[in-house]
Design a binder for this molecule. Structure first.
Ligand code: A2P
Length: 271
């Protein structure tokens, strides 16, 4: 497990101190850092974070904030790319180290970008789960919706573990229950699938939506409906493209902060 670290005086511009690091697989890790006192963000948004490069210039990438807006600390969930300019180094951070964090949150996976609805779908692949780790701990999610369906497609079972454990902890957390309101945990319906390792649910979520398996498994009559259903999507470019087509096929329209509609899409950080 992780350990809290002593917070050192910053030596980098926009420096934040790493508090804990957890490695999930040889491709995935999560970490928590101090939160700048001035940073305000909406659950689901991303910021630029990184390290100082060998050339003395900051090496930054977009990362969804995985912690909710009310949390004192910031959490991130990252892939490790062995020859990736940033993640080849970032994967070695330890408690007490510093990272760079530009405190300018932006993003479309926010409640403001959706019209009111009854049921919200969070569609994620891989590290695309990160913004939903934030939104699942955001009280507004349960104020706005009767049902929260979380789908997460990964190659193998171990890659589901961060999300699976987070949802389990959220459902059992008494402080969250107080914050979110009674019965919030029952609104969450978790639908994990794997594509390259045997698990109780196999296949890409796109295929399972197209052939109706998801709706049969979750006892949802009539599929996704523009009147009641809202969706947020975060994964690879190909995944986002395919889900967007499926949602549009159901009659949903893509929204934005300036023009809320029925679904929103954001690319996951990919290396
Ligand atoms: P697959 O194993 O069939 O490629 P990655 O680890 O490469 O980011 O992929 C994460 C998960 O997303 C994998 O299970 C992968 O399935 C799935 N995936 C990749 N592209 C798509 C897509 N276009 N539609 C649905 N799922 C996808």
């Amino acid at each position: 497990m992780t350990q809290a670290a002593a917070v050192k005086a910053p030596t980098l511009p926009d420096a934040q101190t790493v508090l804990s690091v957890q490695h999930w697989t040889d491709r995935l890790f999560s970490f928590r850092v101090t939160r700048p006192a001035s940073l305000r963000f909406r659950s689901g948004e991303f910021v630029m974070i990184g390290l100082m490069g060998d050339n003395g210039k900051p090496l930054l990438r977009a990362y969804s904030i995985a912690s909710p807006s009310w949390d004192d600390e910031l959490e991130f969930y990252s892939i490790k790319v062995q020859d990736g300019p940033l993640t080849s180094k970032l994967q070695h951070i330890q408690p007490g180290d510093q990272i760079i964090l530009r405190p300018k949150p932006v993003g479309t996976l926010v409640h403001d970008a959706l019209l009111p609805g009854k049921r919200i779908w969070f569609f994620a692949t891989g590290t695309g789960f990160a913004p939903f780790a934030s939104l699942l701990r955001e009280p507004q999610t349960y104020e706005d919706y009767d049902e929260v369906i979380v789908t997460h497609t990964c190659r193998d079972v171990a890659e589901l573990e961060y999300g699976r454990r987070l949802i389990e902890e959220i459902k059992a957390d008494e402080m969250l229950a107080e914050l979110m309101g009674d019965g919030f945990a029952d609104k969450i319906r978790y639908y994990p699938t794997t594509t390259r390792e045997q698990s109780p649910r196999m296949g890409r979520i796109t295929t399972l939506l197209e052939d109706g398996t998801v709706f049969r498994d979750l006892s949802i009559e009539g599929g996704i409906k523009p009147e009641t259903d809202r969706a947020m999507v975060c994964g690879s470019l190909a995944f986002n493209h395919d889900i967007k087509a499926i949602l549009e096929g159901f009659g949903l329209r893509e929204g934005a902060n300036s023009e809320p509609k029925e679904f929103v899409v954001e690319k996951a950080f990919v290396g």
